[in-house]
Design a protein around this ligand. Structure first.
Ligand SMILES: [Zn+2]
Length: 84
């Protein structure tokens, strides 16, 4: 089975690959202005729901150093440092 791809992308950043679907639900850091949207490759909404909680935890945990893209692998989140 093809693994699903889900990532949280900060609203001022671009997703790591093209062709992803942007979800409309906004996820915000509870401590600052950082806001993210989930991008995925066509995942069912009921499966996607679990990623909102993971994204919220991850975003909250990264505060105040928010990465532009957080890619969710099977069981762990891998952050991509911004290339500079
Ligand atoms: Zn924050």
């Amino acid at each position: 089975m093809e693994p699903m791809h889900v990532e949280a992308v900060r609203n001022d950043a671009a997703p790591s690959r093209t062709g992803l679907v942007q979800d409309y639900v906004r996820i915000e850091c509870p401590q600052c202005w950082a806001a993210y949207y989930l991008y995925h490759d066509g995942m069912e909404v009921k499966l996607l729901r679990g990623y909102f909680l993971r994204a919220s935890w991850q975003i909250s945990g990264e505060h105040p150093n928010h990465n532009p893209v957080i890619v969710f692998e099977n069981s762990s989140a891998v952050t991509q440092e911004k290339a500079s």
